[in-house]
Write a protein that binds this ligand. Sequence first.
Ligand code: GLP
Length: 246
Amino acid sequence: MKIIKAKDYYDMSRKAANIISAQIIMKPNCVLGLATGSTPIGAYKQLVEWYNKGDLDFSEVTTVNLDEYKGLPREDPQSYYYFMNDNLFSKVNIDTSRTFLPDGMEADSETACHKYNAIIHSLGGVDLQLLGLGHNGHIGFNEPGIAFETETHCVTLSERTIKANMRFFLSEEHVPRQAYTMGIKTIMSAHKILVVVSGEDKAEILREAFFGPVTPQIPASILQLHPDVTVVADQQALSRCTDLEF
Ligand code: GLP
């Protein structure tokens, strides 16, 4: 695991965007695994800026997102489809028929997950998977306790995650209780993984996840066993790791 120190959120975003753009330049028809949440927004912004300058071309890129809320239509501003469209897809020359997210409007969980797994398998794997880190160590929507060998599945969100995500909704009752998410097995099968972490509120979990024991109680801790993980974190997120060598 490689940890790259960034000065602040802006620096973290630029460094992460650099890694993503290197992937696109090295393999123009790559498969990118994408993430939502507030942490990757700055990296998407940077990628859009480089695209506008003519330095990046998304025309052959395929994307698969980590997760989607169950029950939210694509037009809902809180859906992850909307988020991706708003922050990236509508701003670059990506072919939207090659941008995939789980279908939040498929009421039958088994069908939704089966279809999404089939899409991921048909793409032949993810070249670079971008991840944020939840306060309880979740990645995608894989909450503490999740079995490491799962593929795409339906999850019931923990109280903590509902509370953390309610800032995007009118009130807590509006936050969906369930979501479809790639499983840990799916995430771990990506060739490369890039994790972005920012802010003091993530400092404790960053240390536990990447320097503590590997345990399903902290889903992100499994990443320690992946052969090619880069974590880009700002100083605040690394503030509880100052005694460690890396
Ligand atoms: C959500 C997403 C995760 C994301 C996490 C952290 O729960 N499903 O993929 O990593 O939030 O979000 P943030 O970056 O806003 O802290």
